[in-house]
Design a protein around this ligand. Structure first.
Ligand SMILES: Cc1cc2nc3c(=O)[nH]c(=O)nc-3n(C[C@H](O)[C@H](O)[C@H](O)COP(=O)(O)OP(=O)(O)OC[C@H]3O[C@@H](n4cnc5c(N)ncnc54)[C@H](O)[C@@H]3O)c2cc1C
Length: 481
């Protein structure tokens, strides 16, 4: 089958980045087509029904760096986007029953830290000011093309000048600090600055997760700056938001904005090949053989899929292909979405705590334990204690589940083998049952709803209900896994 249609631009993939690019291209007057292989748009930023009447953000679950410029330019609020700031932004329950929240209001956080260490509470203010200032230097780069220093002549000087201007006013001590954040480890930074293990653990909970590495790996200190980049409608530094309607509400809003700008979006349209012949781009070929011409093709698929899978090897320089092959894309996480008959409650939570405060907590081992977890994981084993980020989204968003149902989702840091099926279902089961029970209130740990959840989807296309289980859990496999 072939088609004669011709577009100015084709975007492969309707993840939030593909849709946003398409909306801007459409807004600039270019005829633009988005081709998505799944039957829904959103990529990893989606809301899906996981049990009758119960919806969840099946992969990403908290909005952090959605740029205010994009929210404004595309009028996302008018397309239904509503975000509620997470407050606390982070919360760590400890085995002794103490719960340490990190509030949006810094003074309130400092008061919490004072209960642990007065010295660390004072350091927190000093370090927070410093980190926020350094993060502001990096902020502009997120809306600019990366500098290409390998260009020759005047153009390379111009690029250098552009980068230099971003650092106007920076002191030599700040340059040294920025360099050490880019190359140093989170663990070393925390050991240098804080005395309390609990305070260090709080920082750990907000950093490194999602990285296939331990907190003492070089480069992990950068996470401290990364999480202070601004986001949300009001450009707040370190913004974290619950998205009403789940993360899919973001991509639905961006898709609506794109359509309003004339963009055509086709789902169930997997691209088999980017058609480049003799160095000339012609368009794309879909898996069903349809050919669609375009002057420009953008790929929202990951670099390996794009350059090693969609473009003929003879069309790319060999050293470029080797560089793409060398990109490390291993991820250490799985995503588990549950439907429970009872809210999981952590021990030590004051009875008057609001549902919003109970909506997120991180079960995180100490720095040393996290490092050991990675050592175990890199050898292909599953650590006994998992690091789990948990969001009970239904506590802040009643559109997700009917009354009496709760849809917590968990991001356990484990090793890809766990969900690639090389382990038996029993070991996956025991890994999740290996949640540190002492953390939960006796009421919850006794409750059948929490202790008998089922793993439903272990691979991208395999639905595997475990016997004797009453709840639904789906493990989502990220792109490129
Ligand atoms: C488990 C997990 C939890 C996360 N949690 C968070 C979080 O809480 N907050 C946060 O900010 N970020 C989170 N992230 C990261 C975030 O989800 C990703 O950074 C983001 O989704 C990337 O968006 P994207 O548009 O670049 O790509 P993707 O979302 O991966 O979209 C790519 C799209 O391209 C499509 N595609 C691929 N190949 C083809 C083809 N050949 N033809 C047609 N279509 C194709 C795919 O189907 C997909 O829709 C999480 C990631 C994971 C894996």
């Amino acid at each position: 089958m072939s088609s004669l249609s011709k577009y100015d631009a084709i975007v492969i993939g309707a993840g939030h980045n593909g849709l946003t690019a398409a909306a801007y291209l459409g807004g600039a007057g270019l005829s633009t087509l988005v081709l998505e292989r799944r039957d829904i748009v959103g990529g990893c930023c989606v809301t899906e029904e996981i049990a009758p009447g119960c919806r969840a953000s099946t992969t990403s679950y908290i909005a952090s760096m959605l740029r205010p410029e994009v929210i404004r330019d595309l009028g996302l609020a008018s397309h239904g986007l509503r975000m509620v700031p997470c407050d606390p932004m982070l919360q760590v329950p400890f085995l002794d029953g103490q719960i340490v929240p990190w509030w949006a209001d810094r003074d309130r956080t400092v008061a919490e830290l004072r209960k642990i260490s007065v010295k660390d509470a004072e350091t927190f203010v000093r370090v927070d000011d410093k980190l926020k200032k350094l993060a502001r230097y990096l902020q502009p780069f997120f809306l600019e093309p990366p500098p290409e220093f390998e260009l020759d002549g005047l153009r390379s000087w111009w690029k250098l000048l552009r980068v230099g201007r971003r650092f106007r006013g920076i002191t030599s001590s700040e340059i040294a600090q920025l360099t050490s954040f880019m190359t140093g480890s989170l663990g070393d930074f925390l050991d240098r600055n804080y005395e309390s293990d609990k305070v260090k653990t709080l920082f750990l909970a907000n950093n490194v997760y999602g990285k296939h590495g331990g907190p003492y790996d070089p480069g992990t200190a950068l996470g401290l700056l990364f999480h202070l980049l601004s986001g949300g409608e009001h450009e707040s530094q370190g913004f974290y938001g619950h998205v009403i309607g789940g993360m899919g509400a973001i991509t639905q809003a961006v898709a609506a904005a794109a359509r309003k700008r004339g963009v055509e979006i086709r789902t169930s349209a997997p691209v088999a090949r980017i058609d480049v012949r003799d160095g000339r781009l012609r368009g794309v070929v879909l898996e069903d053989g349809t050919e669609i011409s375009a002057r420009t093709v953008l790929s929202n698929a990951d670099p390996k899929r794009t350059f090693l899978g969609l473009i003929d090897a003879s069309e790319l320089p060999e050293d470029f292909r080797r560089a793409v092959q060398g990109i490390k894309m291993n991820g250490p996480c799985a995503k588990v979405n549950l439907v429970l008959a009872e809210e999981p409650k952590v021990r030590g939570m004051p009875p008057d705590t609001s549902p919003a405060q109970r909506s997120l907590f991180t079960l995180v081992p100490s720095l040393e334990f996290a490092e050991r977890c990675y050592d175990i994981a890199k050898l292909g084993e599953i650590p006994e204690q998992l690091w789990i980020d948990c969001v009970v989204a239904s506590n802040v968003d009643e559109t997700l589940a009917p009354k009496g149902r709760h849809t917590p989702n968990m991001l356990p840091m484990c090793r890809e083998r766990l969900w690639r099926g090389r382990y038996s279902h029993r070991s996956i089961w025991s890994a999740f049952m290996g949640l540190p029970r002492e953390i939960f209130s006796t009421e919850t740990s006794r409750s059948s709803s929490f202790s008998s959840c089922a793993l439903y989807q272990v691979g991208p296309n395999t639905a595997v209900p475990l016997p004797g289980c009453i709840c639904v859990v789906r493990a989502h496999i990220p792109e490129g896994a």
